[in-house]
Design a protein around this ligand. Structure first.
Ligand SMILES: [Zn+2]
Length: 138
């Protein structure tokens, strides 16, 4: 299960609302103990997708490496990636699967008409063919 503390959660929702009607993306930093993950910091990253960003996001590999470095400097782990789905459910799309990594949690925030609606966390499997829902607490 993944628990997001109030401060990073507020930052993620705010980021997603600000980016609307585009998708936003960012990194989640915190601690991992067994199968319990605690997100203590949200790090907004740039949506690097070159086309229309209303239904697509892309991370610069350098930004992801910088997030990993930032986590280590804070003695935290890079737990996963969050992104938003403007006017769309918080499901894990085929594109999301293709761009995923099996060792991260992927939190999707559904933003409907500019306001937060619901969120889910996803755990992609190792061949990126499916993602299981992870218990999410925020
Ligand atoms: Zn998506």
């Amino acid at each position: 299960m993944i628990r997001i503390e109030p401060e990073p959660w507020a930052a993620m929702v705010e980021h997603a609302r600000r980016a609307y009607p585009n998708e936003c993306c960012g990194a989640m930093l915190g601690s991992i103990g067994g199968d319990r993950k605690t997100v203590m910091e949200a790090l907004p990253l740039k949506n690097a997708y070159a086309g229309p960003q209303g239904a697509r996001y892309e991370l610069h590999p350098e930004d992801l490496m910088a997030a990993d470095q930032a986590a280590r400097e804070r003695r935290m782990d890079l737990i996963g990636i969050y992104h938003s789905h403007p006017d769309c459910d918080a499901y894990f799309s085929k594109t999301d699967l293709q761009n995923s990594c099996p060792w991260y949690s992927f939190v999707v925030l559904s933003i409907q008409r500019g306001e937060f609606h619901h969120a889910n966390s996803w755990l992609p499997d190792f061949d990126q063919s499916a993602a299981a829902k992870e218990e999410l607490v925020y």
